[in-house]
Write a protein that binds this ligand. Structure first.
Ligand SMILES: NC(=O)c1ccc[n+]([C@@H]2O[C@H](COP(=O)([O-])OP(=O)(O)OC[C@H]3O[C@@H](n4cnc5c(N)ncnc54)[C@H](O)[C@@H]3O)[C@@H](O)[C@H]2O)c1
Ligand SMILES: [Zn+2]
Length: 681
């Protein structure tokens, strides 16, 4: 609300409006901070928040202590141990135009001559890390600013966070935990495919991934960090904000290199312009820039309000929007039968890319947005990354517009679509649905599954069209003569594909188990199950209880596996594969398939102490499969020691010899990284 429209309100009217805004903001804040699932766009929240600030600035006596303007947004879930922040973790004041920013800078310059440090405003969530004598002892969320949540175990799975500093400082370091753009896109794609709701932006995704009771989930989400602050700068040598970032880097933290010292508003403007241009090229999301007084003693003397420091301000990028017209809503069937709608639009430039498609996720989402064919819509990029429809433009809706009718039949096979229990997604449950079969075969051939080089979706589509295949077992009957009839497929490609198919017959069981695309059975679960039961026959004969007993497998996966194999068609498929020479046993323990130049290739690794997430045997098998040499005694030649709890003399010796030491979480994180990538090749 602008000053002038606010001026038209009487004080009682302003009071009444404030009394309406506060609970609304609180409700939105609750969804955003506790559920990591905002119910409105940030710009809507920001606009109402600004109205409240304007009212409270004009009539300070209307401020209530519980007003959202007086409290750092955030919650403390009861699932986590509480961590009091002796020095509060604050929010940032924000401005939305360069003029407002200039006012802030002028005000400071009048009082305190000096320089500013410009930093990128990373779209993540604030964390605090406490080190005692250089060792990481605790990590926490911002929470409500006064009290955070203890997420030490989760933070230890993040590779960029050092467990030990290069100097034995006792210090509390603060910064941002974020999810890189690529991981964010992959995570949301995966969630769409699984019929789950998607995260609105990388910040919510990072928060949701970090505040997990199961640290393995955190480890899989590929989070990273940039540290940029300390609770108290006394232990440091530097006395400037820019020097602080350098010193944190020397201590072993990952810091953002894109900061710059500015002397005046012109230089700050130049920085803003530069990063407004470059933001789309960064591998992480930013939602603005932060301008900070550079001298740390000046920061301290300026202090803070109850909510924000007085020595810093965030300049938020204006949300980039574009207008276009929706021509069609396309429904596509995924591997698991989830059918997702996509809006097909006139191509338009938006934040650095041409956009012609935007996902509408699921029928609920589509209905809520009420998008119709021929609607003019406003587009933005969710979390500045994924094109999304903000809303339709009511004034431009054609008079004869009809609400969009959600299809009831599969676009590929015509089967009636269903909602499975509790799912927002629509599904085709026809096991012979052609599109699902192509997608399933693509999955079967993929790198982490049967790893059949040269068998991509284009080829698979043709194989089905020509009726050379109807399921994955048929792949093993393909002939040279058939393959050379495919479009743009020469003799060399045909031979290569036949070779790749032949090689895949020797894969260890876990690849087949994963390749079947059984719901919930990811590559890690497949590995655990294959290693446990050793043969496909054992897996198929296993009861729900026997499967669920395996560490970190659990009921959901066990149920799904049993259901899958209870189907006669599935059992038939397995015997057809077996008849075609596909290996049905677990051989990874002694297989020579170590990646040629993976992280562990040729490394001497010693395991010591008690492991909790796996047995020593499993850890050792896995390391050997990665090409490591697992030895039992620590020497100068040892490359790495992995220490569980109660590690004794080997750990002491490693420390004395300066051999790098990893804890179990760090190792588990690497394991899941490698398995997600299918072993770095
Ligand atoms: N859509 C909704 O319903 C909803 C609800 C509540 C809040 N929000 C959004 O959340 C934001 C308000 O949240 P907030 O109070 O945490 O403020 P904020 O996120 O705007 O700014 C403060 C935070 O910026 C982060 N930050 C990133 N880079 C930094 C750097 N270089 N230096 C210092 N800090 C840096 C820190 O985590 C800090 O806590 C607004 O953008 C608002 O739109 C949205
Ligand atoms: Zn179908």
């Amino acid at each position: 609300m602008s000053e002038s429209s606010l001026d038209s309100l009487t004080k009682p009217e302003a009071e009444a409006l404030a009394a309406k805004l506060r609970p609304q903001l609180r409700t939105w804040g609750e969804a955003y901070y506790s559920e990591d699932a905002p119910t409105v766009e940030d710009s809507v929240y920001d606009q109402q928040y600004a109205q409240l600030v304007a009212i409270e600035t004009k009539y300070p006596d209307l401020i209530t202590p519980d007003s959202p303007t007086q409290n750092v947004g955030g919650t403390v879930a009861s699932d986590f141990t509480k961590v009091p922040h002796e020095i509060p973790m604050l929010s940032l004041g924000d401005v939305f135009s360069e003029d407002e920013l200039a006012d802030f800078v002028d005000h400071i310059t009048e009082n305190e001559a000096g320089t500013y440090n410009c930093e990128l405003k990373i779209d993540g969530l604030a964390i605090s890390l406490r080190y005692v004598d250089g060792k990481l002892v605790q990590g926490s969320t911002r929470g409500n600013g006064q009290i955070g949540e203890d997420i030490t175990a989760n933070l230890k799975t993040i590779p960029s966070i050092p467990t030990e500093l290069t100097r034995p400082l006792t210090i509390e370091v603060r910064g941002e935990c974020y999810m890189p753009k690529q991981s964010f896109i992959e995570l949301n794609n995966r969630r769409d495919a699984e019929g789950k709701s998607v995260f609105a932006n990388p910040r919510n995704a990072a928060a949701g991934s970090l505040r997990q009771l199961n640290t393995r989930v955190t480890a899989e989400r590929k989070l990273s960090t940039f540290m940029y602050n300390v609770a108290d700068y006394e232990p440091l040598n530097t006395r400037t904000q820019s020097g602080l970032i350098d010193e944190l880097a020397e201590l072993g933290f990952t810091t953002n290199p894109q900061y710059r010292v500015a002397h005046n508003m012109a230089e700050i403007d130049a920085y803003i312009d530069e990063y407004t241009q470059q933001r789309d090229d960064l591998s992480y999301g930013i939602d603005g820039i932060v301008v900070k007084v550079n001298a740390l003693p000046v920061q301290r003397s300026m202090g803070a309000t109850v909510k924000v420091p007085r020595w810093a301000i965030a300049y938020k990028f204006p949300p980039e929007e574009a207008e276009t017209v929706v021509h069609d809503i396309e429904w596509t069937v995924g591997r698991t039968g989830v059918v997702t709608p996509t809006a097909i639009m006139d191509p338009v430039q938006l934040a650095g890319t041409t956009v012609a498609r935007a996902t509408l996720h699921n029928p609920d989402y589509l209905n809520e947005k009420d998008v119709r064919i021929n609607d003019t819509v406003m587009l933005h990029k969710a979390g500045d990354i994924i094109p999304e429809i903000s809303n339709f433009v009511a004034s431009k809706r054609p008079a004869d517009s009809q609400p969009y009718v959600i299809p009831t039949q599969c676009p590929s096979c015509g089967a009636t679509l269903v909602h499975l229990d509790g799912e927002v997604a629509l599904r085709c449950i026809n096991p012979r649905c052609p599109k699902q079969l192509t997608e399933q075969m693509t999955h079967f051939a993929s790198r982490n599954a049967m790893n059949i080089d040269g068998l991509g979706p284009r080829i698979i589509g043709q194989l089905f069209e020509k009726k050379y295949v109807s399921d994955v077992a048929d792949l093993y009957d393909l002939t040279f003569d058939q393959l050379v009839t495919l479009d743009k497929f020469g003799e060399k490609s045909a031979n290569n594909l036949l070779n790749a198919l032949d090689n895949s017959r020797n894969n260890s069981l876990e690849r087949l188990l994963f390749g079947l695309g059984i719901r919930h059975v990811g590559n890690k679960a497949a590995r655990l199950i294959a290693a446990h039961f050793e043969t496909m026959a054992n897996v198929m004969a296993a009861s729900q209880e026997e499967i669920a007993e395996i560490d970190s497998v659990g009921d959901t996966i066990a149920d799904s596996l049993v259901t899958y194999f209870s189907n006669a068609g599935a059992r038939q498929l397995i015997s057809e594969l077996e008849a075609r020479g596909v290996n049905m046993t677990y051989t990874s323990g002694n297989e020579q398939t170590a990646p040629a130049n993976g992280f562990f290739t040729g490394k001497r690794v010693v395991l010591t102490g008690k492991l909790t997430q796996m047995t020593r045997g499993e850890a050792s098998d896995w390391l050997e499969a990665q090409g490591a040499d697992v030895t039992s005694s620590v020497s100068k030649k040892t490359d790495l020691v992995i220490a569980g709890t109660d590690a004794g003399s080997k750990l002491t010796k490693a420390e004395a010899l300066d051999v790098p030491v990893w804890n179990e979480d760090r190792f588990a994180a690497e394991m899941s990284n490698q398995s997600v990538d299918g072993g770095k090749k």
